[in-house]
Write a protein that binds this ligand. Structure first.
Ligand code: SF4
Ligand code: FES
Length: 370
């Protein structure tokens, strides 16, 4: 496609191994095994290809990227390639020594996840006893070393009341930014809609709190906000538009237009073992499937917002309507919108639902010794 621009950001899923088992895990239902993961050299080559293609920011993610013993070497390789590096982590598996080694390797930024603002909540949601205490220790080391920090608070019906405290904690930790992300229901999280769906009142209160905090903390903290979109009328501009600004690479080297793209069954994904990143970005069938606006049907096709939100999220359209080219049902123009809103109310009213933790198939990973 001649008018396609290069991507700005690449998310490298270094591993699906993770010591936590969050019920809203965004990794695919079938996790990549450790023996299928790309090695250090392969990732280093991909980072060079990314930089050549025009990528500026590299997000090192997982699973838990600290489960990779070669994380420091990967950061060094990314910096050698000229990429800005951001580590997305729960903090589990990071010792002070490792953080200093990552600093020496050139790591630019850390994004630390927060499952709750109390040990009871955080350890219950993450399914990892003692995780909160270790995370707070890691946050202290991050501050002492001087890494720029973003706190990533994932919120849902069980912990939305902790939003004010999460904002305070971000300020206390010296974070420059907090991402207040209401759980998005893809992949594993779909199993937990009854347990995690916020109520409409909670969703509205969260928006009010975020707006008030943005005004109050405007010189202190940047607040990114991902609202509870099942309760919304306007869809999100997912991935900034399919195949427009970002891409994901899986632990085994498949290149995806977004982290949940494998939930769209008719798409096939190219591997970096077979094709170059440049070829895949510009010519890959999956990237061109929903790029731009040509693929749209009405109501999106004739809508003034079609280049604003690009019809919302393709993976959500797939999950909720069985058709990835449908209008995202979050949109009030979608014929499925009313049904989605009723469904959201029903999920939010399920008081007894138990958490279904992320399956342990990829979770029993050893974490490098402290
Ligand atoms: Fe966006 Fe489509 Fe809804 Fe228009 S009809 S607002 S393009 S999702
Ligand atoms: Fe795939 Fe939104 S998560 S397009």
């Amino acid at each position: 496609m001649s008018d396609t621009r290069p991507p700005i950001a690449m998310l490298a899923e270094l591993t699906h191994r993770c010591p936590l088992s969050c019920p809203y895990c965004s990794n695919p239902l079938e996790l990549t095994r450790q023996d299928s993961e790309l090695n250090t050299e392969a990732w280093a080559g991909i980072f060079r290809q990314a930089a050549d293609l025009g990528v500026l920011q590299l997000h090192l993610s997982g699973g838990e990227p600290a489960s990779r013993r070669d994380l420091e070497a990967l950061v060094a390789a990314a910096r050698d390639a000229g990429l800005y590096t951001n580590l997305i982590t729960s903090g589990i598996g990071l010792s002070e020594r490792r953080l200093r080694a990552l600093d020496a390797a050139g790591l630019d930024h850390i994004q630390l996840s927060l499952q709750g603002t109390t040990p009871e909540m955080a350890d219950e949601i993450g399914g990892y006893r003692g995780g909160y205490k270790r995370k707070m220790q890691v946050a202290q080391w991050i501050g002492e070393i001087g890494f720029p920090l973003t706190l990533n608070a994932v919120l849902h019906r069980r912990n939305l009341h902790q939003l004010p405290r999460a904002l305070e904690m971000a300020v206390e930790m010296g974070a420059r930014r907090i991402e207040v992300a209401t759980v998005q229901f893809h992949g594993w999280a779909l199993k937990n809609r009854d347990a995690l769906m916020p109520t409409r009142v909670q969703a509205q209160e969260a928006t009010r709190l975020v707006e008030a905090a943005r005004a109050r903390l405007k010189d202190v903290l940047v607040i990114d906000y991902v609202p509870a979109d099942y309760h919304s009328d306007v869809p999100k501009r997912c991935m900034g538009g399919w195949g427009s600004t970002g891409l994901n690479v899986t632990p085994e080297g498949l290149v995806l237009p977004c982290h949940a793209a494998q939930t769209i069954p008719h798409l096939t994904f190219d591997s970096l073992r077979d094709r170059s990143l440049k070829e895949i970005w510009y010519e890959g069938a999956a990237f061109n499937a929903y790029r731009g606006t040509e693929w749209m049907r009405d109501p999106c096709k004739s809508c003034a917002r079609k280049t604003v939100d690009f019809g919302g999220c393709r993976c959500q359209a797939m999950a909720l309507t069985g058709d990835a080219s449908a209008t995202d049902p979050v949109c009030h123009h979608s014929p499925d919108h009313a049904a989605l809103q009723s469904r959201a109310e029903a999920h939010a009213a399920s008081e007894e639902a138990a958490l279904v933790y992320r399956d342990a198939a990829g979770s029993a990973a050893p974490v490098p010794a402290e």
